[in-house]
Design a protein around this ligand. Structure first.
Ligand code: HAM
Length: 448
């Protein structure tokens, strides 16, 4: 049997309804904040991520799906989308359009991580980027939009953590000090941190190894070394969040795993996710455009891990949208004795049954049943039409198995009188309705 590749998965109904709900909500809310959708390619030149995300990050150094194209070009399945959005910003000279560039995206990302709950090799992100201003008001608005989304999705128990990691003016001095301090304690750290203390010392700060924690706690914090403009920016953001009544905690060790960040970084954490507890993360990247050969274009954005978001909603008891059948249209052909039913439900009648079925499909009963199904579907109901001729009893069994709220029964008499039996399957109550009454009856929460 061919199975889905490790770290990838199929998302099936009814779970996909929960995904659609989140995506629809995100689209509505992003549109209200004037974000337009961007769709970028799933693969890009490897250089884009090497330069954008950073050679020394875990993502670039060990998690990318990189392959050589037939013409020798090195291509990579996108591990994230911010670099692609900024590439598109530069390529299409989006700064020439009036106002900020506000873009959102949703789609699959690829990282070769060790799969576990909430961590996959193909996962989906819903993200947004606001490019063209360094104002802390843009940071605050972006965080407000996220709070709107989490609130309207009914995710309870999230926590917003923020930090500022400085900019090109103050970070180099901080890194120098951090490196110096790390040199003294290097031998006591985990092997990953020993490597990071040389290649990417900032990343030591978000190491999760328990034995390293007491040592890391004593390291200097970037917040102590912020230059005046970075400090003012961070203070302004905090005040704007307080004005909006958005609760946050400052996490001075949150540095995030991508190299493009400057100043504001943030994550929303959800307790029910366990080790992979970040539902979403983001931050400012005021120098990314220039690093990719573009003009000065300060920006900020976030990406929601959609897999994790849907998981936390389920674990918080948010009911997925109702995808139940409103009605199952049961019909019994004119000559009920004629079709020979196959034993297994759902398979077409065999042998001579096929001819009888053809005849049944040309009969008035099936035509009426199809018409009614079509009318109800157009009126917005979710309707299943019995696919083969069956005895009434069998049709009703199928309707129950598929958990339809109602069975609409169409037989010869019903067609003749244009009145139908509507059976509420849970209570077993059945009544006769005219064609015009069916939709109203389905709409009522309880059978009349
Ligand atoms: P990131 O923190 O690498 O940031 O990813 C954002 C979110 O994607 C994470 O918080 C997590 O929910 C989800 N995620 C990451 N890796 C996996 C995985 N292997 N399986 C499942 N979910 C995962 C970024 O990607 C930045 N582009 C965010 C950003 C946008 N910064 C500025 N603009």
């Amino acid at each position: 049997m061919i199975r889905a590749i490790k770290g990838t998965r199929d998302i099936l109904p009814p779970e996909t309804a929960a995904w659609n709900r989140v995506e629809n909500l995100a689209r509505q809310i992003f549109a209200a904040y004037n974000y337009g959708e961007i769709r970028t390619p799933v693969f890009e030149e490897t250089q884009l991520f090497a330069r954008g995300v950073g050679e020394e990050t875990d993502i670039v150094s060990k998690e990318m799906y990189t392959f050589e194209d037939r013409d020798g070009a090195s291509l990579t399945l996108r591990p994230e989308a911010t670099a692609s959005v900024v590439r598109a910003y530069i390529q299409h000279r989006l700064w020439e359009r009036p106002g900020l560039t506000k873009l959102y995206y949703m789609g699959p990302m690829f990282r070769r991580e060790r799969p576990q709950k909430g961590r996959y090799r193909q996962f989906s992100q819903i993200g947004a980027e606001a490019i063209g201003s360094e104002s802390p008001a843009v940071d605050a608005e972006l965080l407000e939009m996220l709070v709107e989304l989490l609130t309207r999705a009914e995710l309870a128990g999230w926590e917003l953590r923020i930090n500022s990691i400085g900019d090109s003016a103050c970070r180099p001095a901080y890194l120098e000090r951090l490196r110096a301090e790390l040199a003294g304690v290097r031998e006591q750290l985990c092997p990953d941190c020993q490597r990071r203390s040389v290649t990417n010392p900032l990343r030591v700060l978000d190491c999760k190894t328990p034995a390293d924690q007491p040592i890391i706690e004593k390291l200097p914090r970037v917040s102590e070394m912020l230059c005046q403009p970075c400090r003012a920016h961070f203070d302004a953001l905090k005040a704007l969040l307080e004005d909006r009544g958005i609760p946050y905690t400052v996490d001075p060790r949150m540095v995030r795993g991508l190299d493009y960040y400057t100043r504001t970084t943030f994550e929303f954490i959800h307790g029910k996710l366990g080790a992979q507890n970040a539902v979403l993360g983001g931050g400012r990247y005021d120098g990314l455009s220039e690093a990719l050969g573009g003009p000065k274009a300060p920006g900020i954005g976030f990406s929601i891990g959609e897999d994790r978001f849907v998981l936390s909603l389920a674990e918080s008891g948010v009911a997925p949208p109702d995808t139940a059948l409103d009605a199952y249209v049961v019909w019994a052909p004119e000559d009920a004795a004629a079709p020979r039913e196959s034993a297994a439900s759902g398979t077409a009648p065999a042998g001579g049954g096929a001819e009888a079925a053809q005849a049944a499909f040309r009969g008035a009963v099936f035509r009426r049943a199809s018409e009614l199904a079509r009318e109800l579907r157009r009126a917005g109901f979710t309707v299943e039409l019995q696919p083969e001729p069956r005895k009434l009893r069998r049709g009703l069994e199928q309707a129950s198995r598929q958990k339809a709220r109602y069975a609409l029964i169409v037989g010869e008499n019903e067609v003749r009188q244009d009145r139908y039996a509507l059976k509420h399957l849970e209570s077993g109550q059945q009544r006769e309705v005219s064609r015009a009454e069916i939709a109203g009856a389905l709409r009522a929460p309880q059978p009349a």
